[in-house]
Design a protein around this ligand. Structure first.
Ligand SMILES: *Cc1c(COP(=O)(O)O)cnc(C)c1O
Length: 413
């Protein structure tokens, strides 16, 4: 008997709802036939997809293992305990909550655990790579808390530590947030801990992006320094779409209650099972090799883009992230992204520190999962620059993309 109904379901779906089945196949084809350079995306494994498509999707499970508000949870309790134990051991954390539905939900819960509405929070400003949950007026964070933003140095693009310290001393925040959607360098968690201690603030690390590199030993861990670490499971970590929170035992109960019942209802047990699968994968030597290759690829990509004339923020990268200004090639980020999308290179725009125009944000997590290495990074950079300059026509670029990805199917048959 198959442990998952996913394969059968695929057949059932084709027969029962060919209209939707065709949409799913179309998306699989899009992902396989174009270049996925969105820094927050990846290809999770067939095992993770199988857990997501399992009968656990049917189960209601409010509460925590051993203390649920619903009956029949004895088996899903085992799945959640497994996910929690694997997360704790993978990251060396005293406590893990694996129920957050997304990275944003995890941040919301972290704030709920530690703050009260109106509290002051110091975080990387949105123009410098802060996330919406770091004080955007369009987000709950900006509405309910008083955010003060630190920035990056105009010359180096590196986080301005002097400014962080000065703002912390001036505003005496209740919490300091470190973490970004676009910062390509390692974050100095020891520095942030020191400042937080000096002003009596909690330190919240929003490690949504680098947590997969941390799992593979390719980036420093925030766990020994931050009071609470928020993360996603679907970025470099390569698990299902979702969030998690790591913290010390002293905050465990506050964090758990902030997730459920304060900000969420029933846990998504199929996703939690898939998180357990992903944590298991991330604990292997193969994943460590993957994480290091992700960084090596990003370094090659950054250097090759710089050779093509783009201005690479901070002059390079320590992570999977590369952000660059295409202005020297004659266009801004928005125009560049449009041309690249038409050519089959899928990536995002991002804010550029100290510039009015937008830049490009790329990541190497997905292409590295596909098996691409340095040679492919150089090909991607050359193609990208040719397309942005308008030298390579979309049709020819699409052929080159097909040729590139053809040898690296994300889900080999
Ligand atoms: C991706 C990200 C999030 C949000 O994750 P979602 O799952 O999209 O809600 C939060 N913070 C940072 C720094 C991120 O990069």
């Amino acid at each position: 008997m198959s442990v998952t109904h996913a394969p059968q379901t695929a057949d059932v779906l084709t027969r029962q709802d060919p209209e939707l089945a065709e949409i799913l196949l179309g998306e699989l084809h899009r992902q396989s036939s174009t270049l996925q350079l969105i820094a927050a995306e990846n290809f999770c494994s067939p095992a993770v997809l199988a857990a997501l498509g399992s009968a656990l999707a049917n189960k209601y499970a409010e509460g925590y293992p051993g203390a649920r508000h619903h009956g029949g949870c004895e088996i899903v309790d085992v799945a959640e305990r497994l996910a929690v134990d694997r997360a704790k051991s993978l990251f060396g954390a005293e406590h893990a909550n694996v129920q957050s539905h997304s990275g944003s939900s995890a941040v919301l819960a972290a704030y709920a655990a530690l703050l009260r509405p109106g509290d002051t929070v110091l975080a990387l400003g949105l123009p410098y790579g802060g996330h919406l949950t770091h004080g955007s007026p369009a987000n709950f964070s900006g509405r309910w808390f008083d955010f003060v933003g630190y920035g990056v140095d105009a010359e180096t693009g590196l986080i301005d530590h002097d400014q962080v310290r000065t703002l912390a001393r001036t505003h005496r925040p209740k919490a300091i947030v470190c973490g970004s959607i676009a910062y390509p360098r390692h974050i100095d968690y020891a520095f942030f801990r020191e400042v937080a201690d000096e002003v009596g603030a909690y330190l919240i690390a929003d490690a949504a992006h680098p947590i997969g590199l941390v799992a593979g030993g390719a980036a420093p861990s925030p766990v020994p320094y931050a009071d609470v670490v928020c993360a996603t499971t679907h970025k470099v970590l390569r698990g299902p779409r979702g969030g998690m929170i790591l913290c010390g035992g002293d905050l465990a109960e506050r964090v758990d209650r902030a997730v459920f019942p304060f900000t969420q209802g029933g846990a998504q047990m199929h996703t939690i099972a898939a998180k357990a699968v992903a944590f298991g994968e991330a604990a292997t030597p193969a994943f460590a090799a993957y994480a290091h290759q992700v960084v090596a690829n990003a370094r090659v990509l950054a250097a090759a883009l710089a050779d093509e004339g783009l201005v690479v923020t901070t002059g390079g990268t320590d992570t999977h992230l590369v952000t660059a200004d295409p202005a020297p090639l004659g266009v801004d980020g928005r125009t560049a992204r449009g041309r690249l999308a038409a050519a089959g290179l899928v990536l995002d725009c991002c804010a550029l520190p100290h510039a009015d125009t937008r830049g490009l944000r790329l990541g190497t997590a997905a292409v590295t999962t596909q098996g691409m290495a340095a040679i492919e990074m150089e090909r991607i950079a050359a193609l990208l620059a040719g397309v942005v300059r308008g030298e390579v026509e979309s049709v020819r670029a699409r052929e080159e993309v097909r040729d590139l990805v053809g040898g690296f199917p994300p889900y080999p048959a």
